[in-house]
Design a protein around this ligand. Structure first.
Ligand code: HEM
Length: 333
């Protein structure tokens, strides 16, 4: 039997509006909007200013009519977040540029015989790069959500930007899981050498020898590196937990909770991006010879003696490297 189109539409309209209709707690005036709002405010004004009605569908959050916190959240997302992120990134890049021009790279004198010492195993490097690559991917795809519409959309057009952003968002969700796994392994593999020790205070007081003066002694990781490690553990941990909450919307949290998770997720992510910019500078041009530690796993013997003298003194006999005097440090050339 053919159902006339109009009848079908009417039935559909009746069904959906019936299911979704917001049932207000008491008789509601249908004409005067202001009066309705006033009545609502008096009747179901929840402590956070939310105004709710009742719905006959399982999804009870559809009953929220007005959520004032949503306006602050939207303000944060559209007005404040881009400025906070941009400021943190510019400050981090500026600070590293200043460090480069004021203090200069922390050079060392290469070992004349070209001897190297094993610094990281294959597993340590794999875990580091898995965490690093996934973090960088998450940063780029996350920053696209904040800046994409201003920076990318005008360049590549609406359609390409829409496709790219959808794919970026999808990949952000899955790569997030790789980051969580990498971070968990990195936490375990390096926790011991990153525990605080008395030497750390000495290192901090001397600013790591970055601005001249005697080079403070250090074991496998110095105090600066320990800070990076703990920031990665706690910051990455907070990003991971809030990310999981965002991946499972309304599973445990209500709308206010979800908005809070989003704010915490994005602010900590921005802070961590700034810290990682500093880490990338120090792990490459800031401390020449470091990058080899994370590529081949081996570093020049004099690099180890200069930057991690106590660690080198312990490792050299184990790795069959003959002792030789520690070369004098030549900071900031
Ligand atoms: C292109 C990006 C990166 C580069 C070039 C880089 C480079 C390096 C290097 C060379 C080291 C060894 C330093 C040494 O031998 O003493 C290192 C260690 C480390 N990296 Fe990275 N890294 C990058 C990204 C990341 C990211 C994204 C994270 C965390 C989210 C991270 C966390 C760590 C930690 C915790 C250590 C050990 C402590 C330290 O040396 O600071 N790295 N990295």
């Amino acid at each position: 039997m053919r159902i006339p189109k109009v009848a079908f539409l009417l039935v559909l309209l009746g069904l959906t509006s019936g299911a979704m209709a917001l049932e207000l707690p008491q008789n509601r005036p249908t004409t005067d909007r202001a009066a309705l709002e006033q009545q609502l405010q008096q009747q179901r004004n929840l402590p956070d200013g939310r105004i709710e009605g009742f719905v006959h569908i399982p999804d009870q959050k559809e009953g929220v009519l007005i959520q004032p916190l949503g306006r602050s959240f939207r303000d944060f997302r559209t007005r404040w977040q881009p400025w906070i992120d941009a400021a943190l990134i510019i400050v981090a890049i500026g600070a590293m540029a200043a460090l480069y021009f004021i203090a200069g790279p922390m050079r060392y004198t290469k070992d004349r015989q070209g001897r190297t010492i094993q610094r990281f195993t294959k597993l340590e490097r794999f875990v580091h790069w898995a965490t690093a690559v996934s973090f960088i991917w998450l940063s780029l795809t996350g920053l696209n959500l904040v800046f994409g519409r201003w920076l990318l959309q005008p360049l590549i057009g609406d359609t390409s930007f829409s496709w790219l952003s959808s794919l970026a968002k999808l990949s952000h969700n899955s790569v997030g899981l790789a980051f969580i796994l990498g971070l968990a392994l990195m936490t375990v593999q390096w926790i011991k050498p990153n525990l605080p020790s008395r030497l750390d205070w000495q290192w901090i007081k001397a600013a790591g020898g970055m601005f001249g003066g005697p080079h403070p002694p250090a074991r496998k990781f110095n105090a600066g590196q320990k800070m990076i490690y703990w920031i990665a553990v706690f910051g990455g941990g907070a990003i991971s937990l809030t990310g999981i909450a965002l991946l499972t919307p309304f599973y445990v949290l209500d709308i206010g909770g979800m908005q809070l998770m989003q704010v915490v997720h994005s602010v900590i992510a921005a802070l961590m991006i700034a810290v990682v910019i500093g880490h990338i500078y120090l792990g490459s041009i800031g401390v020449p010879g470091s990058l080899q530690a994370m590529s081949s796993g081996r570093v020049d013997v004099n690099w180890a003696r200069t930057h991690h003298g106590l660690w080198a003194a312990e490792e050299e006999p184990k790795q069959g490297i003959s002792a030789a005097p520690v070369p004098s440090m030549r900071p900031a050339e």
